[in-house]
Design a protein around this ligand. Sequence first.
Ligand SMILES: NC(=O)c1ccc[n+]([C@@H]2O[C@H](COP(=O)([O-])OP(=O)(O)OC[C@H]3O[C@@H](n4cnc5c(N)ncnc54)[C@H](O)[C@@H]3O)[C@@H](O)[C@H]2O)c1
Length: 279
Amino acid sequence: MTAAVPSRPTDRFDLTGRTAVVTGAARGLGRAFAVGLAEAGADLVLVDLPGAEGIDATAAQVEALGRRARVCGQDLADIDALPGFVDAVRAEAGPLHILVNNAGTAALERFNEITPASWSHIMRVNVDAVFFLSQRVAEHMTADRVAGRIITITSKNALVAEAGLTHYNASKAAAQLLTETLAVELAPHGITANTLAPGMVETPIDGEFPFDREAFEAAYRERIPLGRYARPDECVGALLLLASDAGAYLTGARIVVDGGVLADQMPRMRFMPPYRNTV
Ligand SMILES: NC(=O)c1ccc[n+]([C@@H]2O[C@H](COP(=O)([O-])OP(=O)(O)OC[C@H]3O[C@@H](n4cnc5c(N)ncnc54)[C@H](O)[C@@H]3O)[C@@H](O)[C@H]2O)c1
C-alpha cells in the first residue's frame, strides 16, 4: 500500500488513530511529551508509580484535547512484572504504536558513596525497565504489524560525564546503546528506535539533591550557549519528529536538545572581546 501524500507539511506529524505509551508521565518531561502527543492526535497510556501525584492532572490535560488517557500505576523497577503489565496494557488499549521510555531517576552521590542499592535502583529504572518494556512492546508491535516507534529519553550525560552522577551517566549511556541495538534488530519489522538526549530542563528531577541550587544553576547557565534551561515543552518538537511519519527514515539516531552545551568544548566565549556587528 502506498502511503498517502500529505497535503500540508504538518500532516506528517499527525498521530490521529495511534496509541502512545509514555512512562514517567506524572510530571516534568513525561507530562509535556504526553500532552504534545495528544496535541498531535494520539491517545495516551500514562504510566507512573502507583498513586503518583500529578498523573491525574496529566490525564486531564490529555482529555481536554479530546484524546483518550488511560492511567496505569506500575513501579518500573519491578522488572519481572513488566511483560505481564505490557500484555495487560495491549489487551485494554489495543495496538501500541509509540513507546516513550521517559521515566528516569537520579541521585547526586560521589563515586565512593554509591551503595549497591542506589546503583541497582538507578540501573533498574533507567536501563532494565527501558529494555524489558521495549522488548515486550516491540513484540506486540510485530504481532500487530504496527510500524512502531520506540523513543528513549537519555541525556547529554549519555555522551559526556558529569561528576556526582556515575550511576546515572552509566545508565544513560547503556540506554543509548541498547536503543541503537534495538534499532538494528527491529528495522526489518519497520519499527524505529531512537534516543532524545535533553540537556538541562526545568523539572523536579534533582529536587532532592543536596546542593546550593541557585549557585549551581547560575554557574550552569553560563555553560549553556542559549543561556538558560529548557522548558519541558521545548523538547516536544524533537519527540514528535521521532514519533511520527515525519521521522520514518530516522532510526538508531540520537537527537540532542541541550541549548548547545555539547557543542561547546570550553567557555571561551566569556573571554572573547565583545561582539561587534560587521554589517
Ligand atoms: N530534567 C532534566 O534536566 C533532564 C535532563 C536530561 C535527561 N532527563 C531525563 O528525562 C526523563 C524525564 O526526566 P524529568 O526531569 O521529567 O524527571 P522527573 O523526576 O520530573 O519525572 C520523572 C517521572 O518518572 C517517574 N518514575 C521514576 N521512577 C519510576 C519508577 N520506578 N516507576 C515508574 N515511574 C517512575 C517519577 O514518578 C516521575 O513522575 C528522565 O529519563 C531523565 O533522566 C532529564
